[in-house]
Design a protein around this ligand. Structure first.
Ligand SMILES: [Zn+2]
Ligand SMILES: [Zn+2]
Length: 212
């Protein structure tokens, strides 16, 4: 791999160089980007009716509590068969939210699946792209009312599912909400301000080494 050669990305998340900073290939030369972004966002997935129904039910539960989730949510839940690092995700594209869960979650205990769906659903509320105070207060309301354990950071053990490798770091695009897992410290985790998401958004460290 020649220095200065641009790195090719086929993935949903891309990290691009920042103006004034080092070139992408220089900055990332030790980072093996294509190996890191393993969540399979653009991977194979199919729709599973069970999850669609569960999402409907979770929406109804949230509605009863007056939680202002978006009306622009795709009713079909994506099942990500290649999800390696995340239980679920909520993508925002063309004015619409798309919720995905990992296949391992879809096949796991129903309560866990509902919790992941609810976690992602809450990200569609105004001001809830991150796990800030607002998101936390809605999660607490759902937990109180329905006995859920919706958490900011979820582990295999707490969900009763297997097979998800837990990253030590997760960066989140502040614009499109996409998440970038990392399994070890790197220039990206130390200096996220030097990088950009493919959409142009800035990246913020959502989970650090002390968080999981
Ligand atoms: Zn989240
Ligand atoms: Zn982005």
């Amino acid at each position: 791999m020649g220095q200065g050669k641009p790195v090719a990305f086929e993935l949903n998340l891309c990290i691009m160089g920042v103006k004034g900073g080092a070139s992408i290939s220089e900055t990332l030369k030790n980072e093996r980007v294509t190996n890191v972004v393993t969540n399979g966002n653009d991977g194979e997935w199919t729709d599973v009716h069970d999850c669609d129904e569960l999402l409907c039910e979770v929406m109804e539960e949230a509605r009863r509590l007056g939680i202002p989730f978006s009306s622009e949510i795709e009713s079909r839940v994506g099942i990500n068969r290649r999800a390696a690092t995340r239980f679920g995700c909520c993508k925002f594209q063309n004015g619409r939210f798309y919720i995905e869960v990992a296949e391992t979650v879809a096949q796991g205990p129903e309560k866990s699946c509902r919790e992941v769906l609810a976690h992602e659903l809450l990200h569609t509320c105004p001001g809830c792209r991150n796990h800030g105070a607002k998101w936390k207060s809605y999660a607490a309301r759902m937990n109180r009312a329905y006995g859920y354990e919706i958490q900011r950071v979820t582990t295999n053990a707490s969900l009763g599912v297997q097979g998800i490798r837990e990253p030590k770091y997760v960066l989140r695009c502040e614009r499109c909400g996409v998440e970038i897992p990392r399994f070890r410290a790197s220039a990206l985790t130390r200096h996220p301000e030097r990088y950009r998401c493919r959409c142009g958004g800035t990246l913020a460290l959502r989970i650090g080494p002390g968080d999981s």
